[in-house]
Design a protein around this ligand. Structure first.
Ligand SMILES: [Zn+2]
Length: 163
């Protein structure tokens, strides 16, 4: 399947479809039609094949963003990271489901598809990948909801009601 056809059939925003040079084995995301790694680019023409990234990777750099870009439905502050994939390409994306202050170099993450932003009047919703921590990375994802009684908040109702 040609790369052009691959893209028509597989919307880019919904997966991590890159391309791989069958001459030297280099993987690209976003995909390329020729391989800049090969000494002669002509060598790689017609030798690039679609390649699906696993979506897993490791944070190699990150920054904490305090000002959200207009139109982006993001909670600030948030962490924006550079993630090196085992396949080779380095991806940029928001790191979610973790406190920005807990993000660190070496954190293992996995790409997940989330709503990125919504255009006000048109209501067009953009999706893209973000990264969430992997459980085995040593950093636990935040609890998703109450984990137990909170003193002063979840006091047993019986204590406040006459018997
Ligand atoms: Zn190549």
């Amino acid at each position: 399947m040609s790369i052009a056809r691959f893209w028509r059939e597989t919307p880019r925003r919904y997966n991590l479809g890159g391309s791989k040079c069958t001459v030297c084995g280099t993987v690209y995301f976003p995909p390329r039609a020729v391989c800049p790694e090969c000494t002669s680019h002509r060598q790689s023409i017609e030798r690039m094949v679609p390649f699906q990234l696993s979506g897993e990777g490791e944070v190699i750099s990150y920054t904490v963003v305090h000002d959200a870009a207009e139109g982006f439905d993001m909670q600030v502050p948030y962490a924006l990271g550079l993630v090196r994939t085992p396949e080779g390409p380095v991806l940029t994306g928001q790191i979610v489901d973790i406190e920005p202050g807990e993000v660190r170099i070496g954190l293992k993450v996995r790409a997940t598809f989330r709503k990125l932003r919504e255009e006000g009047a048109s209501g067009v919703i953009h999706y893209g990948y973000k990264f969430t921590p992997l459980d085995d990375s040593g950093v636990l994802p935040p609890a998703r909801g109450p984990v137990g009684p909170v003193p002063g908040k979840d006091a047993p109702r019986a204590e406040r009601s006459p018997a």
